[in-house]
Design a protein around this ligand. Structure first.
Ligand code: TYD
Length: 135
């Protein structure tokens, strides 16, 4: 059973001289059923993505190529995770402020989410997140 807190999750890895293989299945390696997949690519040097939290959405982020940092904030403390391998990823629960930064050239961020896109689920005001967390 995976605890619903931010954590790096190692994925299965089939090493093969023909090329390696990893995979993710609903509710197996990650604690949710995948409703949506998106990816972030062609990020110019120095740019930051994210800068928001979600009321309900959970995500799992993998650096399929290259590297970047995911910075999570729970309203009190910041946690920084370097993603730079395609055989592990970061589980991000709801109600964590999250930014993605320090993208390397040609990095590719794969994001799996447990809900369809909904702009209303975004928390874009850090003070609101803090208030919700500390209520
Ligand atoms: P956003 O989540 O704000 O990007 P980031 O947090 O990485 O900076 O998304 C940017 C735009 O892309 C947003 O205006 C709407 C669109 N979008 C979708 O239509 N569907 C999606 O699944 C996502 C993630 C974004």
């Amino acid at each position: 059973m995976i605890k619903l807190e931010p954590q790096i999750i190692k994925l299965p890895k089939f090493l093969d001289p023909r090329g390696n293989l990893s995979f993710i299945e609903d509710n197996q390696q990650i604690p949710f059923k995948i409703a949506r997949t998106y990816w972030i690519y062609d990020v110019p040097g120095g740019e930051t993505r994210g800068g928001h939290a979600y009321y309900e959405l959970q995500e799992f982020i993998v650096a399929l190529s290259g590297s970047f940092d995911v910075v999570l904030h729970d309203g009190k403390k910041e946690h920084r995770f370097l993603l730079n391998r395609s055989y592990y990823g970061l589980y991000v629960p709801k109600l964590y402020w999250r930014s993605m930064e320090n993208f390397s050239t040609n990095s590719l961020a794969l994001v799996l989410a447990d809900k369809e896109y909904n702009e209303k689920d975004y928390i874009r005001d850090f003070d609101e997140l803090k208030a919700l967390r500390n209520a």
